[in-house]
Design a protein around this ligand. Structure first.
Ligand code: HH2
Length: 288
């Protein structure tokens, strides 16, 4: 099946696994830096990820990490994200730029600055204006499953399920239907089960194991398992930065179950692993 994902004036073919490289612009991670240094460092990091084979750059100015998930005011998020989007759009006009935000004002400004995708970890739940902004710009959208607010969506505060797969898929489907009703074109939509978001490790494993159920909806499937807690638990790697090998394993397993976009920190390793997995997949298709 050769399809594509529509992103404003771009059409991204889905005939090979796509790597979405993570670029965080959170000045707290650049301890002594003001926004200028955070921007510089983010652009440099993005340049490295492109050289390593990233297909999409995902720029985020608000963390959902449990230990640092303070909501960021809209002006501050704009101050962090916009200079990076503008610089990358100018320096790499061919690059596909995604903005990781739950705020319509940030999405709108990022589109005007040259971004192509809105990656909303709330699936348009947290800002009533988000769907209209995305529809107006004909942006590519990633609708991710989560529950709760930015502050608690990556915790276990809402991780209670009677029937995990049924509830997760039902809630995500509601977000897809809301986007369609608001005028987002189906060919612009991708879905994401939200690994680690309002999910205990067993939920994340089940979401990955049963990814094929989301794939049958016909939208591209995005998976962001990179460096997440369940990988730390499975591999014993306490520090997120030590979780590369486990993350590559998760990316390959997700691709094997039909995911087309893998959101990762370690682009080079994931790219190489996915190229091998894709060659094996294609050889199987060719011989069938
Ligand atoms: N996970 C995080 C952020 N954005 N977007 C999508 N589509 N899917 C994900 O799984 C996803 C996401 C996790 O965010 P955070 O904990 O802030 O860390 P990082 O951005 O370094 O992954």
């Amino acid at each position: 099946m050769s399809r594509s994902w529509q992103l404003r004036d771009r059409s991204l073919p889905l005939d090979r696994p796509l790597v979405m490289g993570i670029v965080n612009v959170t000045p707290d991670s650049f301890s002594d830096g003001g926004s200028y240094f955070a921007c510089d460092a983010a652009v440099e990091h993005a340049n490295e990820l492109l050289a390593e084979g990233a297909d999409i750059l995902d720029i985020g100015g608000e963390s959902t990490r449990p230990q640092s998930a303070e909501p960021v005011p809209v002006e501050e998020e704009l101050r962090r994200v916009l200079p990076v989007v503008r610089t990358l759009a100018k320096e790499h006009p061919e690059a596909i730029i995604s903005v990781d935000t739950v705020k319509a004002a940030v999405a709108d400004a990022a589109m005007q600055a040259g971004a192509h995708i809105v990656n909303d970890v709330s699936g348009f739940r947290l800002d009533a204006g988000m769907a209209a902004v995305c529809a107006r710009h004909e942006a590519g959208v990633v609708l991710m499953h989560s529950r709760g607010s930015v502050s608690d969506m990556a915790t276990y505060a809402h991780a209670e399920y009677a029937n995990f797969l049924g509830e997760m898929q039902g809630e995500l489907r509601e977000r897809v239907d809301a986007a369609l009703t608001a005028g987002v074109r189906p060919e612009c939509i991708a879905v994401d089960p939200g690994i680690g978001f309002s999910k205990r490790p067993e939920h994340s494993l089940l979401a990955l194991a049963c990814l094929d159920r989301l794939v049958t909806w016909g939208f591209p499937v995005v998976v962001g398992a990179s460096r997440k807690r369940f990988i730390g638990q499975l591999t014993g790697a306490r520090e997120p930065a030590q979780r590369r090998d486990g993350s590559v394993g998760a990316a390959v397993a997700a691709y094997d179950r039909g995911a087309q976009v893998l959101r990762v920190h370690d682009v080079a390793a994931t790219r190489r692993a996915l190229d091998v997995a894709a060659a094996i997949h294609d050889a199987g298709v060719a011989s069938a």
